[in-house]
Design a protein around this ligand. Sequence first.
Ligand SMILES: [Zn+2]
Length: 65
Amino acid sequence: MYCPTCHEEIPNQVDVCPACGAPIERKPLTLPFFGELDSSTITAISIVLILAGLIGVAMQAMGLI
Ligand SMILES: [Zn+2]
């Protein structure tokens, strides 16, 4: 990643830029696309994704992938 203050390349894990000393704000992982959905819709999407993941694992286990 790059420092937002001095634009030096910096490691992802740092809290402070080693080049200029500016504090690095790491934004929490957000999904802008889902921002306008209500929580029940998000829950439904989550269940679908989990099921898809389980199906993928099952197919891998059966040697289909
Ligand atoms: Zn910096």
